[in-house]
Design a protein around this ligand. Structure first.
Ligand SMILES: Cc1ncc(COP(=O)(O)O)c(C=O)c1O
Length: 400
């Protein structure tokens, strides 16, 4: 399929460069310690997997299984899984601990000098780093891009971290955080990779495997096997990590995987079209703040290039529509509180089912009454002001 444009909603392409394979760092040996580590953190429990049967019927697929990361610890988003595991691996390496010995208490016992962890964030990753630093009794300094919502800043400060808001976009904020960290001898824990900076982002991506481990358990309990997975991308670390972990379990190329992004920051979509990394620069002005990233994570991109089936670039109105659908469920379905970056997968499905040209895309990707579609709501209500504008005020309504 050449690029297909559903006007006012989304555009999509096939991944013509796909060559499904297992990904380095995503074998069972490497992933098994991840959930074990998270399980011993205070407040750990599995996040729910909702079967949205009423919505599935309306969309025209067999099942929609939505993993609800609003319930991840008390942090309203999945991101802490990556940052906490990377910090554990880093300190484990520093103090000579085996993966099997990575527990919070054990790591804490070994820390022999004060440490500062730093990172750049649109909100959720930095909140996870601040949370992990606080649990370890250490300091965090978190950099955030211009225009960050006040609530997201407050949530990080409430964990005892120092927040510095820059006057530039996410990708430039990452560079500022990196430079400052190097100059001060801090531990830089960033959820994106580039040439020469790959260990920590790989551990972060491995950290997301807990989502996959829990989901597989929940699929098995329900007697279901997914046929499709829809994952949203900012830099593509999460989508790469989750896809890498699913491929390890179900086999490469077994699931149809669709990667969704905001049109204003669609670096993975453009990379998918070109078959190589493409940057998007400028303001990255989208309501999907967690996905407002213009420079792909190199190691995440490698996994997506090999294993993703298709790429979608979506209008902001689809994220808003997804939020409203999940907040006002079809009778019988669970209500899900999902923020802008969390709800885009459902918004994209809605567009495919309801746009006049959507059915051809559904057919092309094999979305039909036999499909079991996994969707990840990556965050809850992390920006209450905008959440209310969207869900109550009806802002960003769909135009098709
Ligand atoms: C809520 C939410 N969803 C999805 C993502 C995308 O993750 P990644 O940047 O690894 O692609 C983010 C990133 O911060 C996020 O905060």
């Amino acid at each position: 399929m050449s690029e297909k444009i559903l006007s006012g909603a989304l555009k999509c392409i096939d991944n013509e460069f796909a060559s499904p394979k297992m990904s380095d760092g995503f074998s069972s040996r490497e992933l098994d310690p991840v959930r074990k580590f998270h399980s011993q953190l205070p407040g750990y429990s599995r996040t729910p997997l909702h079967a949205l049967d009423g919505l599935a019927k309306q969309i025209g697929v067999g099942k929609i299984l939505l993993k609800d990361e609003d319930y991840r610890f008390d942090l309203n988003a999945f991101k802490v899984l990556g940052g906490s595991f990377a910090i554990a691996k880093l300190l484990g390496k520093k103090y000579g601990l085996a993966d099997s010995d990575l527990t919070l208490e054990n790591i804490k016992k070994h820390i022999d000098q004060p440490m500062t962890f730093t990172s750049a964030t649109d909100g959720n990753h930095g909140r996870g780093i601040a949370w992990a630093a606080e649990k370890l009794g250490q300091k965090a300094v978190i950099y955030m891009p211009v225009g960050t919502a006040a609530e997201r800043i407050k949530n990080i400060e409430n964990l005892g971290a120092e927040v510095i808001v820059t006057d530039c976009n996410y990708d430039d904020t990452v560079r500022i955080a990196y430079d400052t960290s190097c100059n001060n001898g801090w531990e830089f824990i960033q959820d994106t990779a580039w040439e020469g900076y790959t260990d920590i982002p790989l551990w972060i991506m491995q950290g997301y495997a807990t989502i996959v481990s829990e989901s597989i358990e929940q699929f098995d309990e329900a007697g279901l096997v997914p046929t499709h997975i829809i994952l949203q991308a900012g830099v593509g670390s999460m989508a790469g990590g989750v896809l890498g972990a699913f491929a390890n379990h179900y086999g490469p190329g077994t699931l149809t995987s669709l990667i969704v992004e905001p049109e204003k920051a669609d670096c993975i979509y453009r990379s998918g079209k070109a078959g190589d990394v493409v940057y998007v620069s400028g303001e990255l002005d989208t309501i999907m703040a967690g996905l407002a990233c213009g420079e792909p994570c190199t190691i995440g991109w490698d996994i997506l290039k090999n294993n993703a089936t298709g790429f979608f670039s979506c209008d902001d109105s689809l994220a808003a529509t997804g939020m409203r659908i999940l907040a006002n469920p079809v009778p019988g379905d669970s209500k899900v509180v999902s923020g802008e970056s969390g709800a885009i997968g459902i918004g994209a499905l809605y567009a495919l089912a309801n746009h006049p040209d959507g059915q051809t895309v559904m057919k092309h990707f094999g979305l039909d009454s036999n499909s079991v579609v996994f969707v990840l709501s990556t965050e809850g209500n992390t920006d209450p002001v905008n959440y209310q504008k969207v869900v109550w005020g009806g802002s960003h309504s769909a135009s098709f």
